[in-house]
Design a binder for this molecule. Structure first.
Ligand code: FAD
Length: 463
């Protein structure tokens, strides 16, 4: 029993030690709650996995976070690692799109878009009609239809698809606009036109800057830590100490009066852990199997949140073997019918992740539109990534580092019906007091979304 457990008397079992579970468990512990975090894997972090090779630091899952969430900064400050946050090189503001068979600079503003060559003139003229967008139809509109209504077919196929690919690796015909981009949906609700909404919001911000929150200021930039995202995982694990139990899988969950009993399996041995509250910070399909004996309909709804498979391929080059690529990297809209979703110029964006002029590319493959590619073996994925990089970016040199990681259930898809599904899940949870769900399957797939949701759940649980 930890010291804090004696403080409040409340016992919480958190299941799943990815970023969501780690943040939640650490937050509870810091507030004097007795917490046990069960993580099935041998190490914490879930899909955050930083690896150090000679001269290269690679990330098997996420590469970075968007430094827009004060709760992440505040967490880093509490853990004593805020100084280790490193924002991307300023050159990373330049991004590219692969369209019409070649790489083109992604314009950073509407006027730059009019001057750029990423879209034909007919598409640009159609975009100028955005302020006269037709009203939203009833029901949950797909992201593709939302895009067509606002900016037309061609801009949707290029710009909207690239934007969602960089976050969801999804199929924009299936994704829900309101669930994937809630702030954009809110802007439309208020102003109908996104352009008009953005101009008004900017004016309002200038007239009255947002009130001080007392939370650390964010940069809005793409960021990581000096030793990769693993720095955050290690700091959280260190703060949790013995409250974190790795190699321990929760296999069953039941209620006994007001208390919960979690059956956990470690090294072939089973034991029961009692708790007042249980938090499921596991992927939705994992949560489904744990709640099935309690509520089959809830399990069904959770199982209905599908995941896009994704493969990550790192190609590292010796100093001088290839010129350093410009900018953050490039995205490839599905309409191009290529076999990579996007490429990150890791060594240009995060220079501290390579030593002595080495160049590191990270290629993302698969997603909802090409799930078949993720079934390829690792060697085939490396060959594919090299072929695509040669064709799209002219990289012909022999890499000195190759690494392929497959995520068969990589990124949750907030497809049409997602918000309705969440409402039904929340309603079902009211009949299971003491059970909480968090994680990337519900209200945001980015790391910062996970940190925000987990932090909010700490507050709710302590209350
Ligand atoms: C390839 C890839 C690239 C990404 N890139 C980015 C990026 O650049 N920026 C960004 O912001 N986001 C990115 N994301 C998304 C982000 O990584 C995730 O949303 C986030 O890490 C999810 O954290 P989580 O804790 O919710 O879930 P997970 O990381 O999936 O953690 C769940 C944990 O639960 C454990 N578990 C499962 N079942 C049990 C059980 N029964 N008992 C005990 N433990 C269990 C698992 O072992 C796992 O550790 C990326 C995701 C992927 C896959």
């Amino acid at each position: 029993m930890s010291r804090s457990e004696r403080n409040t008397g409340m016992r919480v079992v958190v299941i799943g030690g990815g970023i969501s579970g780690l943040v939640l468990a650490q937050g509870l512990l810091a507030r004097g709650v007795g917490v046990t975090l069960l993580e099935a894997g041998a190490r914490p972090g879930g899909n955050i996995q930083t690896r150090h090779h000679a001269g290269f630091t690679t990330e098997a899952g996420p590469n970075s976070f968007l430094d827009k969430e004060p709760t992440l900064r505040a967490l880093a400050a509490r853990l004593g690692i805020e100084e280790r946050i490193r924002t991307a090189d300023p050159a990373a503001k330049r991004r590219y799109l692969y369209t019409g068979g070649r790489l083109r600079a992604l314009p950073a503003s509407p006027p730059a878009l009019l001057r750029s060559d990423v879209l034909p003139w007919s598409a640009k003229l159609r975009m100028l009609r955005e302020p006269f967008t037709a009203p939203a139809p009833d029901g949950d509109e797909s992201l593709a239809d939302f895009g067509r209504r606002h900016v037309g077919e061609a801009a949707t196929r290029v710009l909207v698809d690239a934007m969602q690919t960089g976050i969801y690796a999804g199929d924009m015909e299936a994704l829900s606009a309101a669930a994937c981009f809630p702030q954009v949906a809110a802007l439309e609700k208020q102003h109908r036109s996104l352009l008009v909404g953005m101009v008004r919001a900017q004016k309002a911000r200038r007239a009255a800057p947002p009130p001080a929150t007392g939370l650390p200021a964010t940069t809005g930039a793409v960021a990581s830590f000096d030793g990769g995202l693993g720095v955050l995982v290690d700091a959280l694990a260190g703060a949790l100490g013995p409250a974190l139990r790795t190699g321990t899988r929760a296999v069953a969950l039941r209620r006994e009066g007001p208390a919960w009993r979690v059956t956990a399996e470690h090294a072939g041995q089973r034991e029961e852990v009692e708790a007042d509250q249980v938090v499921l910070a596991v992927p939705a399909h994992g949560a489904a199997s744990l709640v099935r004996p309690l509520d089959a309909a809830l399990a069904e709804r959770l199982e209905g949140i599908v995941y896009a498979p994704i493969a990550v391929v790192h190609l590292g080059f010796a100093p001088g073997a290839v010129p350093p690529p410009d900018g953050f990297g490039f995205l490839v809209p599905a309409a191009e019918k290529r076999r990579v979703l996007g490429v990150i110029h890791v060594s240009s964006t995060f220079p501290w992740r390579t030593e002595g002029g080495r160049v590191l590319y990270t290629c993302l493959i698969g997603g909802a539109t090409r799930p078949d590619l993720v079934a390829l073996d690792e060697e085939a994925l490396v060959t594919l990534a090299r072929e695509e990089l040669r064709l799209m970016a002219g990289v012909t040199a022999e890499p000195v580092l190759t690494e392929a990681i497959r995520w068969p259930r990589g990124i949750p898809q907030y497809n049409r019906g997602h918000l309705e599904r969440l409402a039904a899940i929340d309603a079902a949870l009211t009949h299971l007091p003491g059970l909480t769900l968090t994680g990337n399957a519900y209200r945001g797939v980015g790391l910062t979304d996970c940190v925000r949701d987990a932090t909010a759940r700490v507050d709710a649980l302590v209350r």
